[in-house]
Design a protein. Sequence first.
Lengths: 114, 114
Amino acid sequence: MKTTDDQLSQIFAALADPTRRAILARLSSGEVSVNDLAAPFDISLPAISKHLKVLEKAGLIERTREAQWRPCRLRAEPLKDAADWIETYKRHWEESFDRLGEYLKKIQKKEKRS
Amino acid sequence: MKTTDDQLSQIFAALADPTRRAILARLSSGEVSVNDLAAPFDISLPAISKHLKVLEKAGLIERTREAQWRPCRLRAEPLKDAADWIETYKRHWEESFDRLGEYLKKIQKKEKRS
């Protein structure tokens, strides 16, 4: 299954909100009902539902139909596609941090000498 | 330097668009002028400028002031913060893929027997 450009955009858009990221963090330790998910946040149930819809559309959560309380469950697989996309830039950020490290070393040497 | 919740949201929001991801991909091979960046896309220069502003605000590109043509340059460091956040879910997607693998093995065994 190949993630399309549009799916990748939906995944990143879903992650672009601290409440939605907190919901995913909560679900990473197991299934949770919508009411329990909403409890720690100072926002309305409809607002939580809206966030859940965004996460569901991005494929990052699913609402199970088995139990009557219809708990939410994390679906982490699409996060791998996001991780794979970002990882293609790893060489670039490693080079930047290497350059910063070299620069700091130079500064420290100069300070020692003076 | 710790990335705040808000910065992380800006980074993910910046990545949630195929044109902006294509701009980053283009810049990963070196500095490019705004005109050259716009060329492969069928959108106006003001539209490209808007995308560049989103990327700049997220800290993913910078406009150099050295040259008169003010080229854009990739800044990959914030992508590491995004990667670090996503990586915390790695165990979850690996478990999902393991479960899928086990399931496929079971199916194949059944097919062999019948």
